[in-house]
Design a protein around this ligand. Structure first.
Ligand SMILES: [Cu+2]
Length: 252
């Protein structure tokens, strides 16, 4: 007489490795990278303040992916990996302009997080999908930490190095704070504005289709001659996500 043991429960297998939450070393960095990147997007939108549709969609998909990790790890890897890849490609052009202006600590840190965080998340998703080795996951985590440290250092140094132009007698003071211009800026032709950006983001003071286009890194000031014919001009901030920043420039 013999007893037969029941078959062990089947495990989904990717490559030659068991594919389970507890066993796949890439799921933790994948969740951490996508979670931190999504949190960065939320903080960034709260600070601007403005909702950016693609980032909102990314945050929602990231939450869905993280919620799926325990029960449906393969689906979670697909959702988190694809969301990171699409947002990375979609955001490159817009984010690279922020990388080129490290004088704005918030914009710069967000750009680093959005580009590097998403690139590393895509790597983690590929690693999780293929069930790659633990040492690879550790190297990825080390790379992410090193990058974050370097980004903070560059941003801090760049911020310390930026300074503003002091106002001179006769300048018209224009304070930019809370991502808002004064509603109306009134000057006489030939007068000079003293534009004081008090925010921790970059702004511009731009009158479209004219020479008046001043770049204002975070917490800096700049003087700008108004050499426009008398009239009423729309002023904008030419930064993506700052479309709500408008003013009227009255030139007499
Ligand atoms: Cu702005």
């Amino acid at each position: 007489m013999s007893t037969t043991l029941p078959d062990p429960p089947a495990q989904p297998v990717v490559g030659d490795r068991p594919y389970r939450t507890g066993k796949n070393p890439w799921l933790v960095p994948l969740v951490a990278l996508t979670g931190i990147t999504a949190l960065g997007d939320v903080v960034f939108m709260a600070l601007i303040p403005s909702l950016i549709p693609s980032l909102v969609a990314g945050v929602v998909l990231t939450l869905v992916g993280i919620a799926l990790v325990r029960r449906r790890p393969r689906a979670a890897v697909v959702v988190l990996g694809l969301t990171s890849a699409v947002l990375l490609l979609a955001g490159l052009a817009f984010l690279s302009s922020h990388l080129a202006h490290p004088g704005s600590p918030i914009d710069f840190l967000h750009a680093v997080l959005a580009i590097a965080g998403r690139a590393l998340a895509v790597v983690a998703a590929v690693g999780a999908w293929r069930g790659a080795t633990t040492s690879g996951a550790r190297r990825l985590a080390a790379a992410a930490l090193g990058l974050a440290g370097a980004a903070v250092a560059v941003s801090g140094v760049a911020t310390l190095m930026t300074d503003g132009e002091a106002a001179r007698d006769g300048d018209i003071p224009v304070a930019i704070a809370g991502s808002q211009f004064p509603e109306v800026v009134a000057v006489e032709q030939g007068q000079t504005l003293h534009l004081d950006n008090q925010d921790v983001f970059r702004h511009t003071f731009t009158v479209p289709d004219t020479e008046l286009d001043v770049d204002l890194p975070a917490t800096t000031a700049a003087r700008a001659l108004v050499d426009l014919p008398p009239g009423s001009y729309d002023v904008i901030c030419d930064i993506a996500g700052h479309e709500h920043m408008t003013a009227v420039l009255e030139v007499r």
